[in-house]
Design a protein around this ligand. Structure first.
Ligand code: SF4
Length: 441
């Protein structure tokens, strides 16, 4: 009797941001193409790949803990992702790992797996992978990465040194991926990159072809076409460059979700300059007012850093005034902390820890009040909710104003189906979440 070769089984631990998740998806897709199986258990795995995050100290600790857990439970571990690009921290802490690579080093990770667990001989049945690859998100939404890297030099950020300069994907390749995701049942695309508004700059908006049609590789063209492929297209990491205004009409007529994730980080011009932020001098409040006039249901999300070196009480008050005026729907905030290798570490006038925490608390308290008012104003509204999960008594989903993982949810009291839209009447609201009942549809 012929001996039967068992395919190698690979375990995965994926930490970090959505960009890291798409890296993991790509590695899993390639390994499945090569005939490997994936497993959710350390015991079953022939080797474990840990995709790490190295952005802030907490993420580094979490990544190092995940590596040590995988080493204890399995013993054969390959490390990839942002932490892998940060000097020899992984090797120093865990000399027993089999290989260490940086972010988006798909081939190197796959090579390391091949070395640790030789691939099975090619078998067209084992190697069949759906066109859209293997996805780790639920079937109805997917992240779509349009570029890698970043051309800016924000003083608190080490991403450009980890991920390199901006490299935009060809518009044809992005649309092909979106098309196969749509064909696989994806209803919501989350467009991600380090700097979405800069899409195409590095390739001088080069013309590319999709279905034989010439298309300019720019964000407006990309969004117009994506809006024809899936019902919900959501933009993340959009810096407020002037050309972002061109996207607003697409939101007004329903071709793009009325949602913008704009990481502003601060409102004081002095702090923004010290942060070396892109588009720091744009007149943000004025722009927001115009955007809201054109798209009354626009949801704006932003993140801020308080306690940046040199931030005075007056700078902080400027930020609070901005928030009172802008009344953003979703706000995330961090107290500044040094990141190894970042230029901001060397800035003068670091803010004492206690003051940073006081400011963080003051900002979050102010914003909680704004969010609650905005959320309560929705009671009585009928909204479309994309259901992420059905439960015995109802389900949990999101409105157009809620991105998965980072924004709130709608708890639905009544029968709904996962992966479908439900029309829901909102009955209750708190700072983050809504509750409602499905309307007959
Ligand atoms: S824009 Fe700034 S914060 Fe964002 S990735 Fe680039 S350097 Fe980092």
């Amino acid at each position: 009797m012929d001996s039967v070769t068992q395919p190698g089984r690979i375990g995965f631990v994926s930490l970090g941001c959505p960009k890291a998740l798409t890296d993991t998806e790509r590695i899993v897709t390639q390994l499945r193409t090569d005939g490997y199986e994936t497993t959710a258990s350390y015991d079953d795995a022939d080797v474990v790949v840990v995709n790490t995050c190295g952005f802030i100290d907490d993420a580094i600790d979490e990544s190092l803990d995940a590596i040590s857990e995988a080493l204890r439970a399995n013993g054969r571990v390959i490390v990839t992702g942002c932490l892998g690009a940060k000097g020899d921290i992984v090797r120093r802490t865990h000399p027993d790992v089999l290989a260490v690579t940086g972010p988006h080093a798909y081939e190197e990770v796959v090579d390391a797996v091949h070395e640790a667990v030789p691939p099975p001989p090619f078998d067209p049945y084992v190697s069949l992978v759906p066109d859209h690859g293997i996805k780790l998100t639920p079937r109805h939404y997917a992240y779509l990465k349009i570029s890698e890297g970043c051309n800016h030099k924000c003083s608190f950020c080490i991403i450009p040194s980890l991920r390199g300069k901006l490299v935009s994907r060809r518009i044809g390749a992005v649309l092909e991926e979106a098309e196969s995701l749509a064909a696989a049942g994806v209803k919501e695309l989350l467009v991600i990159s380090q700097d979405t508004s800069a899409y195409g700059v590095d390739i001088r908006y080069r013309t590319d072809f999709w279905h034989g049609r010439p298309l300019r590789s720019d964000l407006l063209t990309l969004c117009e076409r994506l809006g024809e492929l899936v019902p919900w297209v959501r933009l993340h990491y959009v810096y407020p460059y002037p050309h972002v205004d061109d996207l607003i009409p697409l939101m007004a007529d329903g071709r793009l979700l009325p949602y913008l994730d704009v990481p502003l980080q601060h409102a004081s011009p002095t702090v923004l300059r010290a942060m070396r932020r892109p588009a720091a001098s744009e007149r943000t409040l004025e722009r927001i007012r115009r955007w809201r006039e054109a798209v009354p249901h626009l949801t704006l999300r932003s993140t801020f850093i308080v306690g940046f070196p040199g931030e005075t009480e007056a700078d902080f008050d400027t930020l609070l005034d901005f928030l009172r005026e802008a009344r953003l729907e979703r706000v995330g905030c961090f107290a500044y902390s040094d990141v190894e290798g970042a230029a901001a570490n060397a800035l003068p006038d670091h803010v004492p820890e206690a003051v940073k925490l006081e400011r963080l608390d003051a900002l979050m308290t102010l914003q909680a009040g704004i969010s609650l008012e905005r959320q309560r104003a929705r009671i009585g509204e009928a909204v479309d909710v994309l259901v992420d999960q059905a439960t015995a008594s109802g389900g949990v989903g999101r409105t157009a104003g809620d991105a998965p993982e980072i924004d709130g949810a709608v708890h639905i009291d009544g029968p709904v189906r996962a992966g479908e839209w439900a029309r829901v009447r909102i009955t209750e609201a708190d700072t983050h979440d809504l509750r409602g009942t499905p309307l007959p549809g």
